[in-house]
Design a protein around this ligand. Structure first.
Ligand code: ACO
Length: 321
């Protein structure tokens, strides 16, 4: 069978860094409040004319350079984003144009779990033989959505992009294969009002503001992510002891650390939320890139990723590096 192997990662973070102390200069908050409740120290923030497609293009170029490939080698680009440059066209099509690529391009909108959803879709294209190589990029300019007067949400998010190159490779169909071994994606629309934007092109005609029930979201994240990982282990036959690295969506260290403890993976968890804050669909590929480049994730390692976001959407995947 064909497996979808991740052969390279890439990333891009905007130059401007805003620390928690920087926020205290224009907002009634403290580093202690933010850090103790979220684990966040700082976030990167896009420049005035820097768009999501700019971040995505740079992350894709980094991943292509690492893979030793050029854009002409790639069959598709999928962009997971909540902050497209425009309502249309897709941000992926702008990236495709920037890279002068052929093939197909489209966006996926599953908010913070967008990378897991996009990985599942890309895996299917490759396993069914519809494409041989693809770029998958999670890219967000989340700070453009923020109401800087709302301290309960403004302190949580940051900007950035992470990309992976996926390539078809033969496998035996076992969990020893290299590649994306298994994915689960879920949604529960009855919880759409736990986290949402108050506006949109089909309703108010403007973006509106972020509305979040933080404590309810917290409860859903702990429960649903715990359950989806158990279901993925049952489905694939993988045991938690076999996991080499846990790379969760970086929303909040208070969600991540208890989950890692429950899995016995405290020392095998990649944590970047302190540096990046919550970059929504970009957070997992950014964290993967950090852990691959610093040598933690190596060929043959079994990596578990999971994410939950507005929708609610959530999911998890097992990847053999
Ligand atoms: N600085 C100082 N005080 C603040 C701030 C701030 N930035 N924000 C809120 N407060 C105050 C509140 O006004 C409130 O004051 P009061 O008691 O006088 O009314 C107090 O702090 C407590 O507020 P809570 O909202 O109850 O704080 P909580 O302990 O629940 O923490 C948080 C809030 C961090 C958002 C938490 O609920 C959480 O982590 N939820 C998960 C949501 C999440 O991670 N969202 C990210 C996006 S979704 C995703 O990616 C999964």
């Amino acid at each position: 069978m064909q497996r979808a192997r991740i052969i390279a990662t890439g990333s891009y973070l905007p130059k401007k860094i805003m620390t928690n102390d920087d926020l205290t200069k224009f907002m009634e908050t403290t580093h202690e409040w933010i850090y103790s409740r979220t684990g966040i120290n700082q976030r990167h923030v896009v420049a005035e004319n820097e768009n999501t497609s700019d971040l995505a293009t740079k992350a894709c170029k980094d991943a292509l350079a690492t893979a030793g490939l050029s854009a002409s080698d790639i069959d598709f680009v999928i962009c997971a984003t909540t902050t497209p440059d425009q309502v249309f066209p897709s941000t992926a099509s702008i990236v495709q144009g920037n890279l002068k690529m052929k093939g197909f391009a489209f966006d996926i909108q599953a908010v913070c779990s967008g990378f897991v959803f996009a990985l599942n879709v890309a895996k299917n294209f490759i396993e069914t033989g519809q494409a041989k190589r693809g770029l998958l990029v999670g890219a967000e300019a989340m700070t453009n959505l923020l109401d800087w007067d709302d301290r309960s949400t403004a302190v949580l998010f940051g900007d950035g992009a992470g990309a992976v190159v996926l390539e078809a490779a033969p496998g035996k169909g076992t969990m020893d294969d290299q590649g994306v071994l298994d994915c689960l994606i879920k949604a529960d629309g009855s919880c759409h009002d736990v986290l949402y934007m108050t506006g949109g092109p089909g309703s108010t005609g403007d973006m509106g503001k972020i509305s979040m029930n933080g404590q309810e979201l917290f409860r859903h994240a702990v429960e649903k992510l715990g359950n989806v990982i158990i279901e993925l282990f049952d489905k694939s036959g993988v045991k938690k002891e076999q996991i080499d690295w846990f790379v969760p969506h970086q929303a909040n260290a208070r969600i991540i650390k208890p989950a890692a403890k429950k899995l016995g993976l405290e020392d095998k968890t990649v944590l970047t939320v302190d540096q990046h804050a919550n970059t929504s669909a970009a957070s997992i590929p950014l964290a993967l890139d950090v852990a691959v480049k610093d040598g933690r994730i190596k060929k043959g390692d079994l990596v578990l990723i999971d994410a939950l976001g507005a929708g609610l959407h959530w999911g998890a995947a097992l990847i053999r590096w």
